[in-house]
Design a protein around this ligand. Structure first.
Ligand code: NDP
Length: 267
């Protein structure tokens, strides 16, 4: 990292809890590689303080932007001044840029990061069937990205079924011809299987899906980064599936976030 001076641009990641986040390490490494004079630090804020925290941060003239993660991705969108149509349809944001006039522009990159991460490991989504468990912030973004990149059919399963139904109807608004089903815990018959819930983060968590139904030939994907190999991935590996970890999703997002935040390599 460059020496921090009065010229250094400030970035942060807003989360609660915050101890597990990997973005500060990854983004500061990126700044160092690019020779960029910036620093990203953890901002630990509770949900009931999100609005006043953001209101104060946006008044910092040297703030470049903010990365946003659990549990703030949905709430942050309503607190920002601008967002793309797609971000509004997804209904959640994970990066916010401070414009020179102090306005905040929100964007969502979880979906793009997930699909790019998958492709970087040799797994194409075009023409494939996908099963995704989850309907939270990350799952919403992933669903839109899977359709954008051409999955032939998407099955969404979620503990709160109404949230899966709501996600399905918003995706269909944008992709009226899409094949989208609401599923159970059974991922049978799909090429790509994705856990987009937070189940697996904690030791002793239940499996997010019925792993006894996994079969050789399926690519089983995780969004969780810690632990690196969740119980679901372990079960998938034992059943002969290809496994895809959570880390490439973040690695691909770091570049996309830096681009959105206007981080430019030193000439
Ligand atoms: P949200 O809080 O928005 O969504 C959580 C999801 O998990 C919901 O679908 C929720 O279901 C489900 N869930 C939570 N607890 C349970 C449970 N006990 N049983 C069944 N379902 C449960 O979180 P995000 O979508 O923002 O994040 C999800 C995960 O993705 C996190 O682990 C996060 O760390 C990871 N992530 C990883 C990234 C990466 O780069 N690798 C990037 C972004 C996120 P319900 O709707 O019923 O509550």
């Amino acid at each position: 990292m460059k020496e921090i001076t009065g010229e250094t641009k400030l970035f942060g990641i807003l989360a609660d809890p915050i101890h597990h986040v990997k973005t500060p390490q990854r983004m500061n490494e990126y700044f160092a590689r690019a020779g960029y004079d910036g620093v990203l630090v953890p901002f630990h804020a509770r949900s009931d303080n999100l609005a006043p925290v953001l209101n104060g941060l946006k008044r910092l003239e040297n703030l470049g932007g903010i990365i946003v993660t659990v549990p703030h991705k949905t709430a942050i969108l309503a607190l920002c001044d601008d967002a793309s149509d797609l971000t509004r349809k997804i209904g959640a944001a994970n990066v916010v840029r401070r414009e020179p006039d102090g306005r905040l522009t929100a964007h969502m990159l979880d979906g793009e990061g997930f699909v790019r991460g998958l492709r970087s490991c040799g797994h194409e989504v075009k023409g494939k069937t996908a099963y995704m468990v989850g309907a939270g912030g990350a799952a919403n973004a992933i669903a839109f990205a899977l359709l954008r990149y051409g999955v032939s059919c998407l099955t969404i399963a979620n503990r709160t079924v109404a949230k899966a139904e709501d996600l399905k109807s918003r995706v269909l608004d944008l992709y009226p011809q899409a094949c989208i089903n609401i599923g159970t815990s059974d991922p049978s018959g799909h090429d790509i299987v994705i856990n987009a819930t937070s189940l697996g983060l904690k030791e002793g968590d239940a499996l997010p899906l019925d792993a006894s139904k996994l079969r050789t030939g399926q690519v089983v994907c995780e969004v969780i980064m810690q632990p690196v190999e969740t119980a679901m991935l372990q079960a998938a590996r034992e059943r002969g599936c290809a496994v895809h970890y959570g880390a490439p999703m973040l690695a691909c997002q770091i570049e996309l976030m830096a681009e959105f935040l206007g981080v430019t390599a030193a000439g």
